[in-house]
Design a protein around this ligand. Structure first.
Ligand code: NAP
Length: 248
């Protein structure tokens, strides 16, 4: 029970990595407010969390609308009176070359991956500052750190922005005992890989030094570490969870 009596907000919790994060935080004692846009899937996650004996409230809404962050935070304060943890996980990816990418698509990826992260951080920070405690964990990507052919430039650029925001906020908020860290996953076995051919799957797997894809649980365990007291001398850090595909 690493997160006993903690209250956490998790964005993009309806499926994939975010769903695993929500269940892992709840399994460790946290009460949750979860966000995404698919209400049916959010309901399923909330039911699963409740079956573990923990409270879970839903606020569905698009993270690109600053009002969503305001409403999620209001709900957390109404239900629990505080917010200890924010996991900015919601994200989208696009695949195209720079020349094929239209500006609308660039903007959409920036809006979800980077601006959404900023809106939620700005909404929780006054509450964390008041209680002189908080843990923010931002979901980035290996693609923030190195050129990559299997994603549009908007994806890596947005995640590089997330990395900078992580370090900037870590510095700005350290005196309030607010920790801001990030996670950079490499290839993780989510819904996305159902679109892969067996040949592509083998190609990707064999290119990873550990010769396997990561699981959503691998990422969720790293988020748990960063959200818990176990990481109490770590801030402004962005941890690679990538099987050795990129080392820095
Ligand atoms: P996923 O399965 O596609 O799930 C994305 C989540 O984000 C969903 O819960 C989705 O909710 C939510 N979301 C997307 N757009 C949203 C919006 N505008 N407003 C609110 N919620 C929104 O993706 P994933 O693979 O789990 O990825 C989760 C995070 O890890 C992302 O930030 C991604 O960039 C990062 N990541 C993933 C990998 C990987 O290999 N999978 C690698 C590196 C980094 P709804 O469907 O309910 O809208």
């Amino acid at each position: 029970m690493l997160l006993k009596n903690r209250v956490a907000i998790v964005t993009g919790a309806s499926r994939g990595i975010g769903r695993s994060i929500a269940l892992t935080l709840a399994n460790n004692g946290a009460s949750l407010i979860i966000n995404g846009t698919n209400l049916d899937l959010l309901d399923e996650v909330a039911e699963e969390v409740s079956s573990l004996g923990h409270q879970c409230f839903i606020h569905s809404g698009d993270v690109t609308d600053p009002e969503t962050a305001t409403k999620v935070v209001e709900k957390a304060i109404d239900q629990f009176g505080k917010i200890d943890i924010l996991v900015n996980n919601a994200g989208i990816n696009k695949r195209s070359s720079t020349l094929d990418m239209d500006l609308e698509s660039w903007q959409q990826v920036m809006d979800v991956n980077l601006n959404g992260n900023l809106y939620f951080s700005k909404a929780v920070l006054p509450h964390m500052m008041k209680q002189n405690y908080g843990k923010i964990v931002n979901m980035s990507s290996t693609k923030a750190k190195s050129g990559h052919q299997n994603a549009a430039p908007s994806y890596g650029a947005s995640k590089a922005g997330v990395n900078y925001l992580t370090r900037h906020l870590a510095l700005e908020m350290a005196s309030y005992n607010i920790y801001v860290n990030g996670v950079c996953p490499g290839p993780i076995e989510t819904d996305m890989i159902t679109q892969w051919s067996e040949e592509y799957y083998q190609k990707v797997t064999s290119s990873i030094p550990l010769k396997k894809l990561g699981t959503p649980q691998n990422v969720a365990d790293t988020v748990l570490f960063l959200a818990s007291d176990m990481s109490d001398f770590i801030t402004g850090e962005i941890i690679n969870v990538n099987g050795g595909t990129y080392m820095d």
